[in-house]
Design a protein around this ligand. Structure first.
Ligand code: KG4
Ligand code: ZN
Length: 328
């Protein structure tokens, strides 16, 4: 059994995994605390992690019917993320592991998102290509083995979820913006506004969302207050369509080489129905299978960190006591 902790952003998470099975996966979301600021405030996140982390670890052990002595090793997200938030998880993990002289594995958060696909009920076997789109990251990962991945392309500026959050703010919607945009877009016409799908002429697999964001700023500035009110749903639909359009276009390009037979989606944006639908179409066209995770394994969670830890050599006591976290 592995006890895993994840505190890289605004969710305080702990889980117990036993092989490919998650025995518990406790997530304490801070989203409502950050909503009034319209986005995550790093220092607020760190302070709440500090208050929540011990209770969340206890709940994860309880739910798994385990105590610390049953656990063979501990795993924690060490990079990348908000530095203060990461430090809470790393310090807690060091204390838990150090007090029992247990080994500790330091995990890359993005390896965690990939490794969510190795969990039951239907573990996916490499090779596959994984599109990860969240509030902090947007990348295409080539997964050829369980112990890591190669980045095929990534965003050059904003993450897809970050772009959706900023667009939602501009349209006067709440935080997190992705689900709010999706709800509003359901009643809008995606073709009512012509917003640019970025990077389509770029031959590589990188992403960019800042031009799209600027285009939305100008589209909004051109409208009078009552007109904006009337056309908000159309703007949301056009923006969502442009974000999803770019994600799917790059996935399509990655599949064109014909190497990949399976695709997985991860990150909070993977909850988006339009993205799921359009990804399915691309996979069908290329004859590739598509694995869709339940939402709680797409968004940040600790079961995915425990899953990655199965394939990472942990550091013995006391080596890890000198560890730092890294924002990059
Ligand atoms: O993975 P996640 O929970 O946290 C990290 O950022 O690591 O992802 C959160 C992001 C936010 O930007 C949120 O707006 C977006 O995922 N999101 C969605 C949806 N649900 C969450 N974006 C589009 N459609 C959704 N249904
Ligand atoms: Zn994440």
């Amino acid at each position: 059994m592995i006890l895993a902790l994840e505190t890289s952003c605004d969710d305080t998470c702990a889980a117990v995994v036993d092989g490919p099975r998650a025995l518990s996966n406790v997530i304490s979301s801070q989203a409502p605390l950050h909503a009034r600021f319209g986005g995550i405030v790093p220092e607020v996140a760190s302070r709440h992690h500090l208050e929540l982390v011990n209770g969340v670890v206890e709940a994860a052990l309880d739910e798994a019917g385990a105590d610390l002595d049953d656990v063979e090793s501990i795993a924690v997200t060490r990079r990348p993320g908000l530095i203060g938030a990461l430090l809470v998880g790393v310090s807690t993990a060091k204390a838990l592991a150090g007090s029992r002289r247990k080994p500790l594995a330091g995990i890359d958060h993005l390896h965690g998102h990939v490794a969510a696909n190795f969990l039951e009920p239907e573990p996916l076997q490499p090779p596959f290509v994984c599109l990860i789109a969240s509030g902090g990251h947007t990348l295409l990962a080539a997964v050829r083995s369980h112990d890591g991945f190669e980045t095929l392309g990534q965003t050059l500026d904003d993450a897809a979820g970050e772009a959706l959050d900023k667009a939602a703010r501009l349209l006067g919607l709440g935080y997190p913006g992705g689900p709010a945009i999706e709800r509003l877009a359901a009643g809008g016409d995606p073709e009512a506004f012509e917003l640019p799908v970025g990077m389509t002429r770029d031959p590589g697999l990188d992403f960019s969302f800042s031009g799209l964001k600027t285009a939305l700023v100008y589209a909004v500035a051109d409208l009078s207050e009552p007109e904006l009110e009337r056309r908000r749903a159309d703007l949301a639909a056009a923006f969502q369509s442009a974000v999803v359009g770019q994600l799917v276009a790059k996935l399509d390009r990655a599949l064109q080489a014909g190497e990949w037979r399976a695709v997985a989606l991860g990150g909070g944006v993977a909850a988006n129905s339009l993205l799921r639908e359009r990804t399915r179409e691309v996979c069908d066209r290329h004859g590739a299978g598509l694995k869709l995770l339940p939402t709680e394994l797409c968004t940040d969670n600790a079961a995915m960190i425990g899953s990655a830890a199965r394939f990472v050599q942990p550091a013995p006591y006391p080596e890890y006591l000198a560890w730092d976290a890294s924002s990059q």
